[in-house]
Design a protein around this ligand. Structure first.
Ligand code: ACO
Length: 322
């Protein structure tokens, strides 16, 4: 028994912020941002929330998979930037969808979040606990961004992606995942609920802070390792993989991973040019785009790989079925 993705959906805010707009806030330029990150624009919430984007992406995924809300047994939302703590984002999605039979919870694993939500759902489906799962990555990173810090504000964007998964007879591919809390200082953000003196909201520690070069080095070393690990674990050759779908953090990271793996860059689709880094939403948004434009086809083997704060990283092999 395994689990397959049978429907995808995504949502991006209509407001688009380009690099020139960022250059009005910090000392930078369109040229610098494109060259160092690959990002040209990002979608930024104007009225939307992490919950509203999750709901919209989820509705589109259910429609795409022709799954009724009442059929969903479990909803898992991965987010580090929800507008709600209680009730959790997944329960808010349940309410909006009318997914009355679902068990709902959120998880927090930053940019590895969608891969870990996928793995969690897969283990439920393959183990027989549930038959239908809805997994969502939704992020309003603009709320956690220090718009005065040019080392980070150029990178991130907002959006949501979702996938519906069904239990099905078939081959179960084992994922490979890791965490290293000791190196967690490379990318941090204090909770706004940490008790501190009044006025704390202006403190930079309440926004994402990053040692960019440390994160870069971590990603280009660990991602190829975990991709090779997941291939070996499942006895799959890298040539069998049609698409390597990486977390969309930075085009230079994706290019370095492709080079280290000695896989043509054409097998590494990217949409970070448009969205920036949307953390746990990025892989789901890209899957949805690729499904809609026909790049993802039945029978293809693909790899999804996430990496980010924690530090956390992981990869999974999927056989595309819808
Ligand atoms: N515009 C112009 N100049 C800048 C900017 C900017 N936005 N940011 C930094 N600089 C300057 C620096 O001050 C420095 O100047 P100096 O040489 O005079 O000191 C110079 O550019 C080089 O700075 P670096 O930090 O060395 O630049 P780098 O090439 O490392 O690029 C970047 C910075 C883009 C952040 C890069 O390190 C990176 O992409 N790291 C990975 C980040 C990432 O992907 N994080 C997310 C993954 S985890 C998650 O998704 C939550």
């Amino acid at each position: 028994m395994t689990g397959i993705i049978c429907g995808t959906g995504s949502y991006a805010p209509s407001y688009i912020m380009d690099n020139n707009e960022i250059a009005t806030m910090v000392e930078t330029s369109d040229e610098w941002i494109r060259e160092r990150t690959g990002v040209a624009t990002r979608h930024i919430i104007k009225g939307e929330t992490t919950v509203s984007m999750a709901c919209e992406a989820a509705k589109r995924a259910l429609a795409d998979g022709k799954v009724r809300a009442e059929e969903v047994d479990v909803i898992i939302v991965s987010t580090i930037s929800s507008n709600v703590i209680l009730p959790c984002t997944a329960c808010e999605v349940q309410k909006e969808l009318g997914a009355v039979n679902a068990t709902c919870f959120d998880m927090s694993a930053a940019c590895s979040g969608f891969v870990l939500a996928y793995n969690t759902a897969l283990s439920y489906l393959s183990g027989g606990m549930y038959k239908t799962a809805l997994i969502i990555g939704s992020e309003s990173l603009s709320n956690l961004t220090n718009w005065k810090d040019r080392g980070t504000c150029i990178l991130f964007g907002d959006g949501a992606g979702a996938a519906v998964m069904r239990a099905k007879e078939g081959r179960m591919y084992l994922p490979a995942t890791h965490s290293d809390g000791i190196k967690g200082n490379a990318l941090t953000c204090l909770s706004r609920h940490t008790p501190v003196d009044a006025g704390h909201m202006t403190d930079p520690e309440y926004y994402m802070q990053m040692d960019g070069q440390a994160v870069f080095k971590f990603a280009v070393k660990r991602v190829p390792e975990v991709v090779n690990e997941v291939l070996e674990k499942n006895q799959v050759d890298k040539e069998e993989i049609v698409w390597y779908i990486m977390h969309q953090a930075n085009s230079r990271i994706v290019e370095a991973v492709a080079k280290r793996l000695e896989v043509p860059i054409g097998k590494f689709p990217m949409n970070l040019q448009e969205y920036g880094n949307t953390s746990s939403a990025s892989i789901a948004i890209l899957l949805d785009e690729m499904k809609r434009d026909g790049r993802l086809m039945s029978g293809q083997k693909i790899i999804i790989a996430g990496f980010g704060a924690g530090l956390t990283w992981g990869a999974a092999v999927l056989e595309w079925e819808p």
